[in-house]
Design a protein around this ligand. Structure first.
Ligand SMILES: Nc1ncnc2c1ncn2[C@@H]1O[C@H](COP(=O)(O)OP(=O)(O)OP(=O)(O)O)[C@@H](O)[C@H]1O
Ligand SMILES: [Mg+2]
Length: 267
């Protein structure tokens, strides 16, 4: 692997916390991870294994206990990489309209007001939300709010996108549509993405690499390089025999860890 082109580089990263009764809890065992520039990486693992913790460490939102984290500058501009973070819930600001929500990242970046508004409107239109610019989040469905969240994250043109189960709360139909939309966007722009998901199919449809994490304390149990050609057509990918094979392997890895998390053993 070419180390120079890593967008995110984690060396022997660990995380321990103290519980309220003073006991030390090991959340992450030493983790080494290099995410390449423009790579789409998916992380799957049982509940509580440390996926969100790891993503938060990458984003600089959570301190780590030991190890080294490097987020490389944008290789084209040489400037500090801009991170976009998409949470599991839409996290839109309820008191701002959809337009103002989508625009807020641009305002924060100091983009001139008229330009910010026109870019936000364009992104809203691309995500099929035209006509809802002046609505408030409470007036939109869950799928629409999630699209607005995607617009808000995407419009700032992040170099690295960290996504924590962004489609997890959606119904299956909306989920598939948004997955396809996101996949098309990503294939056009090829940003570095780390996607945390519980959905193996989602990981296989989108990612270049899928890493399976162990039960807590989390570490990397297995890694799969997913070489389906791009652009990927969701239904074509799903019908490939390799898709079914990958899914079976990943589920076997995951199942053992999920059972361990639940205090059971695999028969
Ligand atoms: N401050 C804390 N004190 C005690 N335990 C903590 C603290 N922060 C996180 N944990 C524990 O760390 C573990 C990892 O949490 P994390 O949210 O990263 O898991 P996850 O893999 O994202 O789970 P899920 O799939 O359910 O979202 C959990 O078992 C959680 O209870
Ligand atoms: Mg989580």
């Amino acid at each position: 692997m070419n180390e120079i082109s890593s967008a995110i580089d984690l060396r022997q990263i660990t995380k321990r916390v103290h519980s309220k009764n003073g006991a030390e809890i090991e959340i992450l065992q030493p983790i080494d991870l290099q995410v390449q520039q423009g790579e789409f990486l998916a992380l799957v693992g049982p509940s509580g294994c440390g996926k969100s913790t790891l993503l938060n460490i990458c984003a600089g939102l959570t301190p780590f206990t030991s190890g080294e984290l490097t987020v490389s500058p944008n290789p084209r501009t040489g400037l500090k990489a801009k991170l976009g973070y998409m949470f599991q819930t839409d996290s839109l600001l309820p008191w701002r309209t959809i337009l103002k929500n989508v625009q807020c990242g641009l305002d924060f970046d100091g983009v001139e007001k008229n330009l910010a508004e026109s870019q936000a409107r364009q992104m809203i239109q691309q995500l099929g939300l035209s006509g809802f610019e002046n609505h408030y989040p409470s007036e939109l469905s869950g799928g629409m709010r999630q699209r607005a969240s995607l617009a808000r994250t995407w419009v700032t043109n992040p170099d690295i996108l960290l996504m924590d189960e962004p489609f997890g709360a959606l119904d299956s139909q909306t989920k598939q549509l948004i997955q396809e939309l996101f996949l098309t966007f990503w294939e056009e722009h090829r940003k570095t993405v780390v996607l945390v998901t519980h959905d193996i199919d989602e990981a296989l449809l989108m990612a270049d690499r899928v890493i399976v994490m162990s039960a807590r304390p989390g570490c990397f149990k297995s890694s799969y390089q997913i070489d389906f050609p791009r652009p990927r057509i969701v239904e074509d990918v799903r019908s490939r025999p390799e898709f079914v094979d990958y899914r079976r392997h990943i589920w076997n890895d995951l199942k053992q860890e999920a059972l361990q998390t639940m205090g059971k053993t695999s028969s």
